[in-house]
Each structure stands twice: as structure tokens, then as C-alpha cells.
Design a protein. Sequence first.
Length: 467
Amino acid sequence: MADDDPLILDLSSGSVLGDEDLDDYYVNDLDYEPTTWDDLDLEVAFDLPPVLPPVRLPEEAELAAQARRSRLLADLRALADEVRKTTVQIAAVNPVLLRLAEEAELVERDDEDEDLASGEDAGWLDDLADDTDALDAWGYTFAEVLDTTLEAADDSDPVIGHDLDLEGHGPALVMSLFLNLREGVRITELADGFKEDATAGLEAEDAGRQWQEWVDAHGDPLRLLLGQLERLGAVSVTDDMARLEPLGVQAVRSKIESEGPLVPLLPAPDEMTADDLVVVFMQASDDDFEAELASWTALRGEEQAARELLAFAADEGAATRTAAVTIVSRFGQVAEPAWREALDRAELRCYAKPQLAKLAGFDPEDTDLPAELEPGRADVAWLIADTFGPFSHFDLGGEKLPFDFAELQRVGEFEKPDEVFEAIARLDHPDAEDVLAMIGKHASDKTTAKAARRAAYKASTRRAARR
């Protein structure tokens, strides 16, 4: 976000993947054994954060319709039909397609190992009218494409390129595309990483020779894998760029969430709420946020957008509130009515006063402000509670807080720390007691820590009395 955004906390640390992180996601030097899609734990293999940037997907019915249009599923169904009707020789079938059909038990080899016979599930793809059936068939094929495409090609001529490492490239490829949804990834970049990983550990001359042997026999392995995924409908390839399509996004998102991390799902632009916009702000890239913000405000106007965001902020936790407030601060003068209305909310007053002062041409830190815009002690106390609130829920172990609490006294014109903490203890702030307890445990100054612990006890007593 912009440098002058009034964020109280850096909310992106540890929860958002920056561009510099994405460069490492295609090639991973992992001491992690599973390489098949179903067995691979994406959270562990790719060191995913607890929350990834949000995505937007079509409705299930549209995804199912896209699955039914898959050219690769049509190829598999056509092969199964042909085998049921006539004799098909194994040598006449593309080895990659054949491997998929065998894995799905659409076909099987006969005793002579020359012709194909119908498999146990020969009619598996005959009727995909049901949306769930269509998506299940597509998802199963997606996993098999990732796992078997290169293996099938390699097995068709095992003599060449025998030292190349061709395992695990499918999952790595789709993860790279998933983490670059907006822009996609240049195929040249993917190809460089692919070749480097496949030839790791080989001498340069040997690596080049075996790689070229494989390419001459089967084609470029990356292009082979991308081609299968494109025929399936999982990716699109245009102008040297590869992008993950909605069905591919859904498949990767479902697997990630089944293993723990959250990938928020955004509604259609005209159905987005302030909550959805804040999620994008906190988790997505700057470009994605700017695009969503422009669309969201265009539907309601910036003044109404500011009101909705501040109304949402007032009822949320500290981290979410500061994010929403930061967004509203970008609207400038048009948000002045919303900020003025926010003066009536204790949760927002500490943010509204400096914003209104700035819009009126004052320095918010000036001591000569209009009375209505001067920060009161309760305002400063609330801002402190909001600032430290998110940290109060972390286990800090034996760490000391690298913060000069004397600064709190100067900001709020308090005479001593006891007054700062007493003002926090009097707040009806959900994190007040936890913040004071955290300071009491982790403040480096013993006097400050003692004052905070005493105030935490008072906050606890008041909370019990309110019940």
C-alpha cells in the first residue's frame, strides 16, 4: 500500500505472498517424499501461509458446464467408445492418453498386450449431466494429468534421459500458476525452472545431452504437461503466458483448504460487501486491491463506500478495523461526511479526529486544534488498544516488547504510565484486558510492567461487573 496510508499495524507480514516469494515456488528443493497430487501436502511442500490471497470463481453450475466442455474428457470418452465398438491396437494410441484411460479403467490391455479391451469403468464418462458427477470426473482427471503425463511419455521410451528427475512437476506447475493468478507466468520462466530442476545433480554436458534426447523423443516436457492441462480446461496458454483457468483454480483451492490454509472466496463484484473488500486489502496484491476497490466504489460512489466501510469497521476487531480505516483514508475530501458521522462511535473517534483535522488543513499533531478534533484520553487509549490488540493474541514466549512506553505518555499527555493503562482499563474494548496483560508480561521496564498488570486486574474486575 502507499507509504502515507495510516496503517497502525503491518498486517501483511506472514500472511501475504509477495512477488519475491513467488519466484521460489516453481522449483523447490524439498526433503518431502510425496510427489503425487493426492498425497502431496501443499501447505508443507510449498510453505504456505495460514491465509492466501482471495479468489473469485463462477457458480458450481458454470464450473460443471466448463468441465463437460473439456476436450481431454472428450478424448477419453471417444477412446472408450472406440474400444467398445472395434479393435484398437495399443500402438495406435497416444501413450499419454492411453495411460490416463488405463488409470481411469476406461480401457485395459488384453492378454497379448497388443490390443485394448474395455475396462471395468468403460462407461464412466458417458453421462455427466449431474454437476457433481461432471466436477468429480474432471477433478480425478486433473490429478491424473499432473501425476502421469510425463511418466507415461517417459515409460514409452525408458532408455533415453534415464537420469532426469521428472517427478512432482505437475503440482509445482499448477501451484506456481495459482500463486500468480492475475498476471500468469511466462512460459520461458517456467521452462527455465523446469529444466533446472529436472537436471539437478547432473554434470552440465550430461544434463544437456539427456534433456535434448528426451525433447527429441517426446517434445518439451513443460509444453507436454501444459498441453494436457489446456485440453483438460485447467490452463490457458497465450502469448508465451500460462494462466490457471477457473476449473484449475477451484481444484487447487479445494486441495489447499483441505490441508489447513484458507483461500477466501470472493462473490461477484456487484455482491461484494465491505467485509469482502477488506479481505482483499489485507490478503491480495496492491494491483488486485486497486481493481476491486475501483469496481466496488463505482457501484455505490466513494461517499457511500466510506460510510459502509466505517460502519463495518466499528463492529470488527482491531486488525480488520485498522485495515478498513486505511481504505477510507484514501478517499480524501469526499469521505468527510462519513468521518464526521464516525465521531459518534467510540471505536472510530480516534481515527476520525486526525482525518478530519487533515481534511480541514490542520496538522493532526498540532496542539492548537479545534476542540472537537482534539484527541481525548479515551481516544488515545482506544488507539493504543487497537494497535497492540492483534499482538495480544500471539504467544510471545519470553520476548520483551521493543517499545518505549514513555512515548505513550507524550502522545496522550499522560503524566505517568499508570494513567495510560488506567485509561485503557476503562475502555469497553474487547482487547483492553489482553493488551494490558501482554504489556505487564513483556514490558522491559519493571515499573511499566507492574503498572500494566495492576490495570489489567482492574479491567478484569470491570469486565466481570458488566456481565
